[in-house]
Design a protein. Structure first.
Length: 438
């Protein structure tokens, strides 16, 4: 069984990679679909053999309980992964008529409105600074909040001062978008003083925000976004871009290991053990949910509540049980912040679909994900400023197309990208006002 599931997984990686290459070459550029295909091939194709063999060798003891006893479910996971692949492709192409109709409409960043971008990015930076300042007041200011960062991340709110403005925390992420935007303007040749200053301030403040969040992956994705944006802007070969993107992803995994050792967060004795443990949750979660069978008929309840997750968690946290909380309870025995549990178990795209309506839910959830990618692709193609488009595309490729496969629970997707929604509203306003020179 181990040999069979390994061979099928490696075949899955090859198929996903070939589809990404063929599609990108056919359309002449790398799309969000191609990044998602690489992510699925890397996770369910290459990641599964790595996790399985690391666990069999005893280097992954924390997940052995949820992986080794379920050999009878290994092939089911392989089959579900192929369902996911076909579903994402179906969702992408079902939106093709709408995409073809609207992707040529250029409403953002036209040449006559180039100066709007600089002003809009400065507005985002000011809003980020204000939001972060108000949020940190309960902890003694900007640097005072750093003392409570670890406790907040672990949901140990019993040792953290009450903060009635905690809903402002995600809006510090507006600084990240401002940094991407200023960098995009530089890629397009706009080197005005206000653009250069904006990039310096936005980049520095973004690092501070990310340090306060203690998010290893978020920090690494932020850093990697800049070289990937430059590559997307300058390299014309889709094949080289995909290879570069894969290399960047490997760098993120390696960087996560180094950052974990530096911050002493979930560190491991070796890179092999670290990867085996960090990549185990999609497989352990799938087997745990399939074995227990208690939460395989949520009927897309999690998706119906998606708009609710844009509100502060204090308004819905007491009566809504997100899918990641259920997953954490099953695997850890308690919710994050209770009974000594300091971390949550994320839900990947495959497990999320499984928990909706069993295996058919995998296909339908993948279809929705593919449609989302197509809609975002359409939005990006409407940005006429090429540098800004590439900078935004680079970050969305990582944060949605790639890591959306890994961390798919709707509440996390919404809360983790609420700053993008706020930024989109700012951009919409600035495409409707008279030209302002900056």
């Amino acid at each position: 069984m181990v040999e069979a599931t390994t061979i099928i997984a490696l075949l899955y990686a090859v198929v996903s990679g070939m589809l990404a290459v063929l599609h990108s070459v056919r359309v002449g550029r790398v799309t969000l679909l191609d990044w998602a295909l690489l992510a699925m091939g890397g996770m369910y194709g290459l990641g599964w053999p790595l996790v399985l063999h690391a666990t069999l060798m005893g280097d992954n003891p924390s997940w052995a309980y949820w992986i080794l006893p379920f050999k009878n479910l290994y092939l089911i996971h392989n089959f579900a992964a192929f369902l996911l692949l076909f579903g994402v492709l179906a969702g992408w192409y079902l939106l093709a008529p709408f995409w073809n109709k609207y992707s040529t409409v250029r409403v953002m960043g036209s040449k006559s409105m180039e100066n709007h971008w600089s002003l809009a990015f400065w507005i985002l930076l000011v809003l980020a600074f204000a939001a972060q300042g108000l949020y940190s007041m309960a902890y003694g200011g900007f640097f005072g909040q750093l003392e409570y960062s670890a406790a907040i991340r672990s949901s140990r709110f019993d040792v953290v001062p009450y903060n009635h403005l905690s809903f402002l925390k995600p809006f510090g992420g507006l600084a990240l978008i401002a940094a991407f935007g200023f960098f995009g303007l530089r890629l397009s040749g706009k080197r005005a003083l206000m653009v250069n200053l904006g990039l310096i301030f936005a980049f520095a403040f973004s690092l501070f925000v990310l340090y306060g969040w203690l998010g290893r992956i978020g920090f690494l994705v932020f850093i990697i976004t800049f070289p990937l944006a430059a590559a997307l802007h300058r390299v014309r070969s889709p094949l080289w871009l995909l290879l570069g993107g894969a290399a960047f992803f490997v760098m993120i995994l390696l960087g996560a290991y180094l950052v974990s050792m530096w911050l002493n967060i979930k560190s491991a004795d070796s890179l092999w053990a670290f990867l085996g443990r960090e990549l185990s949750f999609p497989f352990g979660s799938f087997f745990a949910q399939l074995d227990r069978g208690e939460h395989l008929s949520r009927g897309f309840y999690d998706f119906a509540l998606t708009p609710l997750y844009a509100l502060p968690s204090s308004l819905w946290g007491q009566w809504v049980e997100p899918v990641s909380q259920i997953n954490t309870i099953i695997i850890m025995g308690a919710s994050k912040g209770e009974a000594g549990v300091t971390g949550a178990i994320p839900v990947d795209l495959l497990t999320l679909g499984l928990m909706q309506i069993h295996l058919p839910g995998v296909m339908l959830t993948a279809l929705l994900f593919g449609a989302l990618l197509r809609a975002l692709e359409s939005f990006l193609q409407r940005i006429q400023n090429p540098g800004v488009q590439r900078a935004f595309e680079a970050n969305i490729a990582f944060s949605v197309a790639i890591f959306g496969v890994f961390y798919s629970q709707p509440n996390l997707v919404v809360s983790g990208n609420i700053h993008w929604v706020a930024a989109a509203l700012v951009f919409l306003i600035f495409t409707r006002i008279p030209l302002v020179r900056v």
